[in-house]
Design a protein around this ligand. Structure first.
Ligand code: NZQ
Ligand code: ZN
Length: 382
């Protein structure tokens, strides 16, 4: 096992009705004015908006609303939010929604306390030095952003979808009520399942060594995700299945999965972000296209772990059967597994390749991925 430091300061409050406590939580932290950020309106449809407003009013917390965050949040909307946060002198960000809303909230939290254009941090030209505290109520379990220090934003002009990673942007408190996810559209639920599995397997496959405890932990998460997703697709209001899925998605990207693994990187995410930035495709749908193709390309570099995956997850003896079974499962839940199925144009491979080459240094992967490698991977996903 490699040496490691584990740090995670986010307080998680999990369970039914916990969202009603948000006003009290802010008050206890001595916060008097927040930027209340949300998406295109699902929180109103599910009655969450009213509950949040009632709780904030009861606790005498002043709030400035900022809505309209879109899936794959964009830089221009983030910059407007930063302006508003500065103008209103808010003391904290309250993000209510899925990964996109929380990520944009994190970027606003960073931008609100600096004169820099926040994009310099996403380009990795400068390091984040500070941020406003962020509080989250999660409505879509997938990304793990509710308990990590990452945020992903797309610059819609350059079509670059980039991330920041900083200890300053862990949410202070995240409220996770599985009931709030009952209404997540089923296609997004499928993308969410792919995303969570992706977070667990990136280092599992690409690390040079993976301690047994980590392999077993990851396999438990994958099995939980597969089992609970099937139950959710049959009955979206299955509380236990929603709860298991939600907690699995948090654990998959809060730092625990990576522990003690030697090396490794987020190879699939790099390629998926190139696709997402170019074509505005949901993150999980980009991953379901990339993962089986990448597995076929990468398998020889870590054949033992690929065999283990086939055996432990699908009870199959060959690596190829393992990869095929995962691909079949992605298809079964409604996630695309090829570029054409996702409706991407015929020059997609050229365009994606160009972007991956450009962003690979940020992912510390330019030593592995040249143009030929990317083309070869994507040719498995035509
Ligand atoms: O716009 P609203 O009304 O919020 O609707 C959203 C959106 O249309 C809807 N939705 C969310 N909760 C709902 C709901 N609809 C009904 N009922 C509910 N309870 O679902 C749609 C998708 O939401 P979005 O937030 O975009 O999805 P997700 O949580 O998958 O977030 C995706 C973003 O997170 C990034 C992705 O790249 C993408 O930009 N990621 C962030 C990471 C991180 N910060 O650590 C890691 C991930 O790898 C990922 O890159
Ligand atoms: Zn992801």
């Amino acid at each position: 096992m490699e040496n490691f430091t584990f740090y995670n300061p986010t307080k998680i409050i999990f369970g039914k009705g916990e969202e009603n406590k948000i006003g009290e939580i802010l008050k206890k932290d001595n916060i008097k004015k927040v930027l209340f950020i949300y998406g295109k309106g699902s929180i109103k449809k599910i009655g969450l908006y009213d509950k949040v407003v009632e709780s904030l009013k009861k606790a005498n917390i002043e709030f400035i609303e900022y809505s309209g965050v879109r899936p794959n949040p964009i830089l221009s909307h983030t910059l407007e939010g930063i302006k508003l946060a500065k103008h209103e002198k808010v003391e904290a960000i309250l993000a209510v929604g899925g990964g996109s809303v929380i990520d944009e909230g994190k970027a606003i939290a960073v931008g609100a306390v600096t004169e820099e254009n926040v994009w310099v941090y996403f380009k990795h030209e400068k390091e984040v030095q500070a941020a406003l505290p962020l509080y989250a109520i999660l409505t879509l379990a997938a990304t793990g952003t509710e308990m990590n220090g990452n945020a992903v934003i797309t610059n819609e002009e350059t079509k670059e979808k980039l991330y920041i990673s900083s200890p300053f942007i862990y949410p202070k408190v995240s409220i996770l009520n599985p009931e709030l996810t009952f209404t997540v559209p089923l296609k997004y639920q499928a993308y969410a399942a792919v995303d969570v599995i992706a977070h667990t397997i990136e280092l599992y496959f690409s690390g040079e060594t993976c301690p047994k405890i980590q392999s077993r932990f990851i396999e438990a998460l994958i099995k939980t995700v597969m089992e609970s997703t099937q139950k959710i697709l049959e009955n979206p209001q299955d509380y236990e299945a929603r709860a298991e899925f939600m907690w699995a998605s948090t654990l998959a990207l809060n730092g625990l999965v990576q522990i003690g693994i030697k090396g490794g990187a987020f190879h699939n995410h790099m390629i998926a972000h190139a696709i997402g930035g170019l074509y505005d495709l949901p993150h999980g749908a980009c991953l379901s296209i990339v993962i089986p193709a990448w597995m076929n390309w990468f398998k020889q570099k870590n054949i033992k772990q690929f065999e283990r995956f086939a055996q432990k997850i699908f009870n199959k003896s060959s690596v190829e059967e393992g990869i095929e079974s995962l691909k079949t499962w992605f298809k079964k839940i409604g996630a695309p597994v090829s570029l054409s199925e996702a409706g991407l144009p015929s020059n997609a491979i050229d365009e994606i390749t160009k972007i991956v080459i450009k962003i690979a240094p940020i992912w510390n992967l330019s030593h592995i991925y040249n143009e030929d490698a990317i083309r070869e991977i994507l040719s498995f996903a035509k």
